[in-house]
Design a protein around this ligand. Structure first.
Ligand code: PNS
Length: 166
């Protein structure tokens, strides 16, 4: 049984993330999407929302599960008996950070390997940060995130703007 973890912030999940999930689900028996619950970052969406949005978009892929995690990724992987960490590589700008992270994880736990998927060209420019920025200024984000996520991003940004003006 080959179980992989696809970790990330997913704030929010993009079509690029979904592409990596679908492709990894074809290769591994089970893929756990691990949503980082990190108190030091201030995400747009609380972790419960990010998990729910992901559950909705992967509901038709039977071998994909979504879970949140805190602390070290290698500890989460070990707990779930996952042998592989999956990450997407968009461009050379991702490389340094991803290499550092995978090598750190390798030193922390030699039993767990990182496998990189190069993103398809269609999504190579895409990131959760640019989605949030585009939505903040009212741009159409339907080419960037799954359909069920679109209105949630606009609603959350509206809510944040309203809270700021109070
Ligand atoms: O989507 P992101 O924010 O690029 O994902 C980063 C993530 C969640 C993979 C990374 O921050 C992570 O694994 N955090 C858990 C803490 C950890 O294990 N750090 C040591 C590896 S450098």
């Amino acid at each position: 049984m080959k179980r992989a973890i696809y970790p990330g912030s997913f704030d929010p999940v993009t079509l690029g993330h979904l592409d990596i999930i679908k492709r990894s689900a074809k290769i591994f028996d089970e893929v756990i999407v691990g949503v980082l619950n990190n108190n030091s970052k201030t995400p747009l969406f609380p972790v419960e929302n990010r998990v729910k949005m992901l559950e909705e978009v992967v509901k038709d892929i039977p071998n994909v599960k979504v879970m949140s995690f805190e602390g070290l990724l290698v500890d989460f992987a070990k707990k779930l008996d996952a042998q592989v960490i999956v990450r997407g590589l968009r461009a050379v700008t991702d490389f340094e950070y991803e290499l550092q992270m995978s090598q750190t994880n390798m030193v922390l736990d030699q039993e767990i390997d990182t496998i990189f998927f190069t993103t398809c060209l269609e999504y190579s420019y895409l990131s959760s940060s640019t989605v949030k920025e585009a939505a903040f200024y009212g741009a159409d984000i339907s080419s960037f995130v799954p359909e069920s996520v679109i209105h949630q991003v606009y609603d959350k940004i509206k809510e944040k703007k309203e809270n700021r003006n109070e």
